[in-house]
Design a protein. Structure first.
Length: 260
């Protein structure tokens, strides 16, 4: 999943993402479960994309390592790093094969990146790699789209985005399992007096919460909390419970201080 075409327009399509307040919510959870100050805390941002969360979390005092499998996305992240001057390290790795230099205090994986993986087995493999490199007592914070969102919000719908210098037609197709959404993104980018077409294909699968909880447990991680990831972002330290209409769940998991 290199997202060569998607990377070129990713920041424009996600300009409404409130990285600052979402990062503040992660920060509040990290402080709650780590019981330590964040200055000098080593944090890995999995599927970091163009670096939005890596930048926001670095500003909160974390030593950030951004990990992504897309060279095109990492190129965008490096451009931001050069502008901000923040000391973020970026690694090009598949998060299913995560390989760190040592143990990590906090790991995050945001904006339904885990839903992009082909199967629950792949998701569990990420959990196992996170668990392997997590410091005992370390925290894993990640969000995932819900079955409700895939069935009722994304579904088989078309979304149109008319942005500066690019037009995007985003066509969804809900599959027979009523859990997987296939997305065809068609971009028309202005180049001089012409518009040039490019296409990107994305596939996301949602899972029952119980299956995610079981996969975490098998990977040696303990569920600490589950929250509505999108609700109340104007007050990020206020957490809301998951409901039947929650579109994205924010999971907090931890590596026990002692293994059984």
């Amino acid at each position: 999943m290199d997202y060569m075409e998607f990377a070129a327009f990713y920041d424009q399509l996600t300009e409404n993402v409130d990285y600052r307040n979402r990062a503040a919510r992660l920060h509040a959870l990290a402080r709650q479960y780590l019981h330590t100050e964040t200055d000098g805390t080593l944090l890995t941002d999995l599927a970091c994309g163009s670096g939005g969360f890596s930048e926001a979390l670095a500003r909160l005092g974390y030593d950030v390592i951004g990990v992504d499998n897309s060279p095109a996305m990492l190129s965008k992240a490096m451009e931001k790093k050069l502008q901000s001057g923040l000391p973020i390290q970026y690694l090009c790795q598949d998060m299913r094969e995560l390989d760190m230099f040592g143990t990590i205090d906090v790991t995050v994986c945001m904006l339904d990146s885990l839903n992009h993986l082909p199967s629950l087995a792949d998701v569990e493999q990420v959990f196992r790699r996170v668990s392997l490199f997590a410091q005992p007592g370390g925290v894993f914070l990640f969000d995932m789209n819900t079955l409700y969102k895939h069935r009722e919000i994304l579904g088989s719908r078309v979304f149109l985005y008319d942005l500066e210098d690019v037009f995007c037609a985003w066509e969804n197709r809900l599959q027979a399992d009523r859990a997987t959404v296939e997305m065809q993104l068609t971009f028309f980018a202005k180049e001089g007096e012409q518009y040039v077409r490019s296409d990107e294909f994305i596939r996301e699968t949602a899972y029952p919460v119980t299956e995610i909880e079981a996969a975490l447990q098998r990977a040696g991680l303990t569920v600490l909390g589950e929250f509505d990831a999108d609700k109340g972002l104007d007050t990020p330290e206020t957490l809301f419970p998951v409901s039947e209409t929650t579109e994205r769940i924010l999971f907090a998991a931890g590596k026990p201080l002692t293994q059984p």
